[in-house]
Design a protein around this ligand. Structure first.
Ligand code: SF4
Ligand code: SF4
Length: 469
C-alpha cells in the first residue's frame, strides 16, 4: 500500500453521480413521519465543524475513510491526504466550488412537506403480535375523508407547505378501498387547484393486492408500501391472519403479482427481538429481487396484549451488522443511508427524528386529529378546525418532540443531526420523559458507523473521484 503522503487528494461525493437516489416513497414506513428539519445551515447556534473529531467519520479501509460534511448535506469518501490537508469546513467550501449543482435550499428531499396519516379503518385481516391498533369496527366514511382532505389543504396553505405526503393507513386500509380511492381523487383535485404536490402511499399488509386493486392504485400513482418482517415462518410467527393461518404466502403472491405487472412496491420491515436473527436472510431475499426496503425498530406501546419481549436490545446488534454485511455483498449503485437505521437518515441533516408535533396530522375515522398514530388516546383537534396543524403545534398534551440538541445525552452527540434522538413516543414510554436519548441509542451508535461505511464503499465503487488541490 502506498503511504498517505503519496496518494492524491481525492474525494468521492454522494449525490454527484448518476443513479444514486434510493427510490423510497414518501411515508415509506408504518410510522413515517417525514423528518422535521429546518435547514442545518439555518440553525442559529451552528458552528461549522473545524476538526474531523466533531463529525461522523469512519475508516473504510487502509487508505480511505468516509465522512459526512453536514453543511453540504453530503457524504464523502476521502483519502488520508484530504483529511491532513483540509478541515471539514475547508473541505466543504472546496467541494461546494467543485459541484456544479447548488446547495440544497431545503433539507428534505421533498421540500416543505406536510405528512398526513389518514386512518381509514381500525379493522384488519391480520393479527400481528405487536400491533398497537385497537380492533374496533370503525371505518372512515367518504364524507369524513373529503373533509379531512380539505382540513389538510387548509393547514398546508396556511403554513406554506408545498407538498402533501398522504398516507392511506389503518388497520388495513385496503379493507376500505372505496374511501381510499375517493379520498385520493378528491385530494388530487385539491392539490392541483392549490398548487400542492401530492405524494401518496398506501401502507398495507400486502395480502389483499388483487390485480384490480393494483391497477386502481397504479392508475393514480399511489405508491405501495408492504409490511414484511421475515421469510416464511418468521413472518408467519408475528404476522398471522385473523383466522390463525399464515400470511407470508399471501404476501409473496402479491409481490409476484406486482412484479408481473411491473409495479415496484416498497417493503417496510418491523424489527423485533424475534425476527432480527433472520434479518440477513430477508435482506438477501429483497436485494436479489431489487426491492427497496426500510427498517423500523419495534416500538412498545403499552396497549393490552403488548409483548414487550419483542423489543430489541443490544443483543440485536450482531444480527443487524450481519444484515448490513449482506448489503455489502450486494452493493448496488443506490444509496441506502436513509433506510437502514430506524428513524435515522443520513441523506440530509435534520433536527427531529420525525415530524410529530411539527408537520404531521393523524386523522382517525371520526375526523379527530392526533399528533401520532401511536398516541391516539386523546385528540388535539378535529378536521372542523380552521387550522388543525396549529392546534397540533400548540398542544402541550401528549408527545413533545424535542430537537436532539435539547435532549440530554443527545446534545453533544456527533450523530444528532442525522439521528434526531429517536422516536419521542418510545423514549417517553420507556424512559418516562421526552428530553433524553432514545432507548435504542446503544444500537444506533453501533449500527450508524456500519451504515456510513457502506455508503463509503458504494461511493468508491460507483462514483468518479474528484481531485482537490
Ligand atoms: S439517540 Fe443516541 S445516537 Fe441518537 S442523537 Fe441521541 S445520543 Fe446520539
Ligand atoms: S413519535 Fe414515534 S411513532 Fe410517532 S410519528 Fe414520531 S417516530 Fe413515529
Amino acid at each position: 500500500m502506498p503511504h498517505a503522503e503519496h496518494m492524491p487528494a481525492l474525494v468521492w461525493i454522494s449525490g454527484s453521480g448518476p443513479n444514486t437516489q434510493y427510490p423510497v416513497p414518501a411515508g415509506h414506513c408504518d410510522c413515517d413521519c417525514n423528518k422535521a428539519c429546518p435547514p442545518y445551515r439555518q440553525i442559529e447556534s451552528f458552528q461549522y465543524p473545524t476538526t474531523w473529531d466533531e463529525i461522523p467519520t469512519v475508516r473504510i479501509d487502509w487508505c480511505h475513510s468516509v465522512a459526512i460534511i453536514p453543511h453540504l448535506d453530503r457524504v464523502v469518501a476521502l483519502t488520508p491526504q484530504v483529511m491532513e490537508q483540509f478541515s471539514p469546513a475547508r473541505l466543504g467550501s472546496a467541494i461546494e466550488k467543485v459541484l456544479a449543482s447548488p446547495l440544497p435550499s431545503s433539507c428534505t428531499p421533498d421540500g416543505r412537506a406536510l405528512d398526513v396519516w389518514l386512518h381509514l379503518t381500525d379493522d384488519c385481516n391480520l393479527r400481528c403480535t405487536y400491533c398497537y391498533v385497537p380492533k374496533r369496527p370503525q371505518a372512515m366514511s367518504q364524507e369524513v375523508a373529503q373533509r379531512a382532505v380539505e382540513a389538510t389543504v387548509r393547514s398546508a396553505l396556511q403554513h406554506e407547505f408545498d407538498t402533501l405526503h398522504l398516507k392511506y393507513a389503518g388497520g388495513e386500509p385496503l379493507l376500505n378501498i372505496a374511501t381510499l380511492l375517493s379520498a385520493h381523487d378528491y385530494a388530487a383535485g385539491q392539490a392541483s387547484q392549490y398548487g400542492l404536490r401530492l405524494k401518496p402511499v398506501v401502507l398495507t399488509n400486502g395480502t389483499l393486492l388483487s390485480d384490480q386493486c393494483i391497477a386502481e392504485l397504479e392508475q393514480r400513482d399511489i405508491s405501495i408500501s408492504i409490511s414484511l418482517d421475515g421469510l416464511g415462518a418468521v413472518q408467519d410467527g408475528q404476522r398471522k391472519c385473523v383466522d390463525g393461518s399464515d400470511s407470508f404466502a399471501l404476501v409473496e403472491k402479491s409481490l409476484e403479482r406486482l412484479e408481473h405487472l411491473g409495479v415496484q412496491p416498497h417493503i417496510s420491515i418491523t424489527v423485533t427481538a424475534y425476527s432480527v436473527k433472520f434479518l440477513p436472510a430477508l435482506f438477501d431475499y429483497l436485494l436479489r429481487r431489487n426491492l427497496s426496503f426500510s427498517l423500523n425498530f419495534y416500538r412498545e406501546h403499552g396497549r393490552s396484549g403488548e409483548q414487550s419481549h419483542l423489543s430489541i436490545t443490544e443483543r440485536a446488534i450482531p444480527h443487524i451488522l450481519a444484515a448490513l454485511e449482506v448489503v455489502e455483498q450486494h452493493l448496488s449503485p443506490q444509496s441506502l443511508i436513509g433506510v437502514l437505521a430506524d428513524r435515522a437518515d443520513f441523506r440530509f441533516t435534520h433536527l427531529f427524528a420525525c415530524s410529530a408535533g411539527h408537520s404531521y396530522l393523524v386523522i382517525d375515522p371520526n375526523g379527530q386529529v392526533f399528533k401520532c398514530q401511536m398516541d391516539m388516546s386523546h385528540s388535539v383537534s378535529s378536521i372542523d378546525a380552521h387550522d388543525p396543524l396549529k392546534a397540533v403545534r400548540n398542544s402541550l398534551d401528549g408527545i413533545q418532540n424535542l430537537p436532539a440538541g435539547k435532549r440530554t445525552e443527545c446534545a453533544g452527540c456527533r450523530w444528532r443531526f442525522w439521528c434526531g434522538g429517536g422516536c419521542p413516543y418510545l423514549t417517553n414510554h420507556i424512559k418516562g420523559q421526552f428530553g433524553t436519548s432514545s432507548p435504542h441509542c446503544d444500537i444506533y451508535q453501533a449500527v450508524f458507523p456500519a451504515v456510513l461505511r457502506l455508503e463509503g464503499l458504494r461511493l468508491l465503487k460507483y462514483c468518479d473521484p474528484v481531485g482537490l488541490s
